[in-house]
Design a protein around this ligand. Sequence first.
Ligand code: HSE
Length: 299
Amino acid sequence: DEVRIFCPATVANVNCGFDSLGFALEGIGDEMVFRKTEGRGVTITEITGDDLPMEAHNNVAGVAGNAMLEGINDDFGVEIEIHKKIRCGSGIGSSSASAAGAVYGINQLLDEPLSNLELTRYAMKGEALASGNEHADNVAPCIYGGTTLVTGYSPLKIIALPPLEKVYVGILHPHITIKTKEAREILPKTVPLADAIKQSQHLAGFVASLYEWDKELFSESIQDMLVEPHRKQLIPHFDEIRTISKENQCIAFGISGSGPSMFCLAFAKAHIDSYLAKSVALYQENGLQVDSYSSRISG
Ligand code: HSE
């Protein structure tokens, strides 16, 4: 028996929901293949597309998969092939795709005994290996699809938000390295009350805009008072790229997860494509390599 799955790239935080909000992207993602074996635990048999550890205990897919196999305590092992298409360290959920993919694929092999919430809990173990912290804002949308909100970590609670069919996404990935762990360490431990109030208004506004589709409220709500001011200096030309997004009628712009990728949203594909072309040109003029993707939020 063999199971083959697609594990989508994801955008975490979405400005107004640090460690809480995330969405999955259409068409950008890894592939993974699963087979049941007689032994015990996860064996990674092949990795293509990137140079990642094959030993299960050093690999996010291995760690998440083994946590799940121990949890369900069944009498078999699993072989996993990982075909990476999402660049590691890009900020669009590369490690999360492997962690979420591992538990999702094993669940498919077993005829789906576990819920998405239980799968997310195991996937977070793999995510922790990569980032030093168990957050679910990338793994949850990867498992559930669409847009998800973590409303609690202890106990874990996840809400699948209404689909965002009318929104186009642009991803820009300048080739610099930002480690999630370091991007978390530079954040202040406390925030001013006035900023906390604004941020909670934005997250509430974002959620409300989806239940009774309100274009204007949606666009106004995707702002980050808390994290972006500290992280944006890690990303070259960040403010100039934001200006390009506005000049091209895009409605939201920010850091994807802990960066260096940036996400941009618009109500027309033409706006995203023109924003991407101009932003890529700006990076190239400055001698920086960059990848760009035009996508949608998955349904
Ligand atoms: N919420 C996480 C962060 C996502 O921004 O640090 C990256 O893993």
